[in-house]
Design a protein around this ligand. Structure first.
Ligand SMILES: Cc1cc2nc3c(=O)[nH]c(=O)nc-3n(C[C@H](O)[C@H](O)[C@H](O)COP(=O)(O)OP(=O)(O)OC[C@H]3O[C@@H](n4cnc5c(N)ncnc54)[C@H](O)[C@@H]3O)c2cc1C
Length: 503
């Protein structure tokens, strides 16, 4: 029987939601996780690069809208485990300096209301929960840590060992990517990489496998999938959340709750809050939905006919030599990491007129990288509602000159490493995988909806624990920081719930 009321209602079962469910499971509180999607089934398409990269097989059938009114497929994956079911499992800590705000030629990123040292123990806990593999000692930008990563690094395949040697030979410092993947289990279900491929519980350390499934082993935690939350309900003065309204099976339901945790993803969460009655309270800063960030991202592919790429998964190392500065004392540029292996079937997504067999031949001599630079919080980049439509106004690129410099610097490095020819392609803005910042944290309630605990300044029993609270995007992948913030917020929730909980 579903809980008739809940002590804690969690909206969304992705990185932020599942992590909170796991952290609170031992309290004995009645926890209901409301998830609009269902569990990803085991299916041949899950490991078919054509289905994953070229057809709309895994695209949402929900629509978002551009400011001009045109519709496009919503850029998130709505399923149990959220976007982490598709993620590359790269689980980075933000660098220490990211919390202080970083100066770029086009402007400054924003300082966080918490410092790195406050989040460090929660990063450690998140790395344990998501069973991160890696070797942080290889990375010159790694922030101080109290414990090594819990598991050794995922091994380079021979072709990547050769690529790593070439990077070292030109003076760079390739470092093991911190990864949430049980390689043996993953490969036992199919010879593919995991970046972008959905995981039907086959070895990815994603939100479902690492956090939700263990949480559901506690009898006090339940998952209601197929439950799409439409708004949060509040007491008349707006100072307490009283529950949530959701649609399921064609009907509208209400779940009363003592504490509400919003973790639907930075874009959907803003939509849910904007549909709720919060203008005079949680949104008195007017910032809900604004400051959307998702990194400036490109793919860069180097070609050298002497290099033979027979890798299956490829994604094992990164280059952070240009993260804290441009390598010559100038402003920082960003992070460079291997992509999952891009074979002919995947290349064809970008080059549809070229025969797949030819792209297959070419891809035997290519090396594929994913470049991330920080984008800046700009209130013009925002989510708004037009009736029930979610409008994404995300066209104002920020800090693009930094990204252009990263690409140019990387192409130069590729050439020095023997990849004389290279191409790059800037990612579009419709599917912002690294979305964050839409319900930001800050010390001042007049310019931020949340405090440093991911808790609404004006409503102590409402927390937001997905990518929304990020004050800045930094330039590394966000998911571990989502988890660390969620674990820290869960500690605060225990305090808020006090004696109402079992422990
Ligand atoms: C292809 C891909 C690769 C990526 N690779 C990496 C990587 O390697 N490393 C990394 O750090 N990040 C990566 N990311 C980003 C990462 O997945 C996100 O940062 C992370 O999932 C964010 O967690 P979240 O809790 O904010 O949202 P999500 O994990 O997306 O969870 C949100 C959940 O809320 C549910 N939901 C939405 N609306 C509602 C509603 N109205 N009612 C109920 N439930 C709702 C969704 O279905 C979803 O389950 C990748 C993303 C993609 C798409």
């Amino acid at each position: 029987m579903p809980h008739p009321t809940a002590d804690v209602a969690i909206i969304g079962s992705g990185m932020g939601g599942a992590t909170v469910a796991h952290a609170l499971a031992s309290t004995g509180a009645r926890i209901t996780v409301l998830e609009r999607g269902v569990q990803i089934p085991a299916a041949p398409e899950n490991r078919d690069p054509r289905a994953v990269y070229r057809s709309d097989h895994f695209k949402s059938d929900d629509s978002w809208f551009r400011p001009d009114g045109t519709a496009f497929a919503a850029g998130n994956h709505f399923n149990v485990g959220g976007n982490t079911k598709f993620y590359g499992g790269v689980l980075y800590r933000l660098r220490e300096r990211d919390f202080d705000g970083v100066a770029y030629p086009e402007g400054e990123s924003r300082a966080w209301p918490i410092r790195y040292a406050e989040l460090e123990p929660w990063y450690q806990a998140a790395e344990r929960l998501y069973q991160v593999r890696g070797d942080a000692s290889q990375d010159p930008t790694e922030p101080p840590r109290q414990a090594p990563l819990p598991f050794p690094a995922v091994p380079d395949e021979p072709a990547m060992a050769e690529a790593r040697r070439r990077m070292q030979a030109i003076g760079l410092h390739p470092s093991a990517l911190p990864l949430g993947i049980d390689l043996k289990t993953w490969l036992s279900h199919g010879s593919t990489g995991w970046d972008g491929f959905p995981d039907a519980r086959e070895g990815k350390m994603d939100a479902e496998n690492a956090a939700l499934i263990p949480a559901l082993a506690s009898p006090n935690v339940e998952l209601r999938s197929g439950a799409k939350v439409t708004r949060i309900l509040f007491a008349p003065d707006g100072k307490r959340a009283t529950g949530v309204e959701f649609e399921s099976g064609g009907q509208v339901h209400t779940l009363r709750a003592g504490l509400v945790v919003l973790a639907a993803g930075a874009i959907p969460s803003a939509g849910i809050l904007l549909a709720s009655d919060v203008d005079k309270t949680i949104n008195r800063s007017g910032q809900v939905g604004h400051n959307l960030m998702a990194h400036n991202q490109s793919i860069a592919i180097g070609f050298d006919w002497r290099f033979r790429n027979d890798a299956v998964y490829q994604k094992t190392f990164a280059i952070n030599d240009f993260y804290l500065d441009d390598g010559a004392g100038g402003p920082p540029l960003g992070n460079i990491q291997l992509l999952g292996r891009v074979d002919g079937a995947i290349l064809k997504a970008g080059l549809p007129r070229v025969p797949e067999w030819l792209l297959g031949q070419v891809s035997r001599h290519t090396l594929d990288f994913f470049l991330n630079s920080e984008d800046l919080p700009d209130p013009r980049n925002h989510v708004r509602l037009d009736g029930k439509r979610l409008v994404l106004d995300f066209q104002h690129r920020t800090n693009l000159s930094t990204h252009d410099r990263l690409k140019a610097r990387w192409k130069q490095a590729l050439a020095e490493a023997g990849f004389k020819r290279s191409v790059s392609m800037l990612f579009g803005r419709d599917g912002p995988g690294h979305q964050c910042g839409t319900i930001r944290m800050g010390a001042d309630p007049t310019d931020s909806p949340l405090n440093g605990w991911c808790q609404a300044h004006d409503c102590a029993n409402l927390f937001v624990t997905d990518g929304s609270p990020f004050a800045s995007a930094a330039a590394v992948n966000p998911a571990l920081t989502v988890a660390a913030l969620a674990l820290r917020a869960a500690q605060r929730m225990r305090g808020e719930m006090g004696e109402t909980l079992g422990s």
